[in-house]
Design a protein around this ligand. Sequence first.
Ligand code: TYM
Length: 334
Amino acid sequence: MIDNKKVLFSGMQATGCLTLGNYLGALQNWVKLSDEYECFYSVVDLHSITVRQDPAEFRQKAKNLLALYIAAGLDPEKNCIYYQSHVSGHAELAWILNCFTYMGELNRMTQFKDKSAKHADNINAGLFTYPVLMAADILLYQTDVVPVGIDQLQHLELTRDIAQRFNSIYGDVFTIPEPFIGKTGAKIMSLQDPLKKMSKSDENPNASIFLTDDRDTIIRKFKRAVTDSEAMIKHREEQPGVSNLIEIYSACTGKSFEEVEKEFDGKGYGDFKLAVGETVADMLTPLQTRHAEILKDKAYLDGIVKKNAEKAQYFSNKTLRKVQKKVGFNEKVR
Ligand code: TYM
């Protein structure tokens, strides 16, 4: 609790171009929850170097992401928006938690298996211990709730296991966090293969809507989205492509699946795809305009980065000190 409010933590990687999946699965919910909780939203740059990055490009991408948080509607005066690498406690707590995590647990992580298959020439130790750093991010702020897409649930479960293990040895040190998964949009699928998650790193550019795509590109990509020959707009397992489009439309408009099915009853796939494309474009265009404006204001961004890193450092230090004491480190002489 901070000022009688429960704590929320979440983060995103600044690698690749963000997709509609990132927006609907995470960012949109962050904004919805931001009044209710004391929120920490991090640009998790420490996580990103598990994969090789071009330094100049990476620096710009991280800045773009930080500005995107604000453009999406997160007020940086109320929400702590910061770069993970500016707060030393993340790496420090991760080290300690590494010593409370088993190799077997990390070996089971599906994201590790996927990423090591994708980056077979660089299966580094960071990629393996990545979920421990994620646990540190969350536990450092005594987080109650973590809004994420479904793909992060396994990491959340591990975070809870590590926290419970630590607490069972040392007493109530960590709050046990709960995941928050949105009712819609928690797993947006590829537009070209609706059995696969929409991903930043898909080789087929038509598979993903990027948050930077212009209106025409968005509409074109939806027009090309893979559907089926059933000729009906229903949310059901047998129609994964159409269901994904319904899911997207529902997450953008707040309408239920039934309402969407009714709205397009008797209409063809062409009309439906165009409506989804236009709705997504209408949602993203103002976001892109705000984003460009925020990025231009260097002094404003610098001020936010500095102030919020100090705030995050302050709260994370409280937990870190407690943990260091519990494991038996000698206190610093001040
Ligand atoms: P990342 O950067 O891959 O994704 C950021 C957020 O977007 C969600 N997401 C999706 N949701 C719905 N459909 C999709 N197709 C889709 N693709 C991505 C993800 O679930 C995530 O919520 N390890 C994390 C970053 C992280 C983190 C944390 C998150 C580091 N520390 C602590 C929460 C708490 C990651 O790589 O997310």
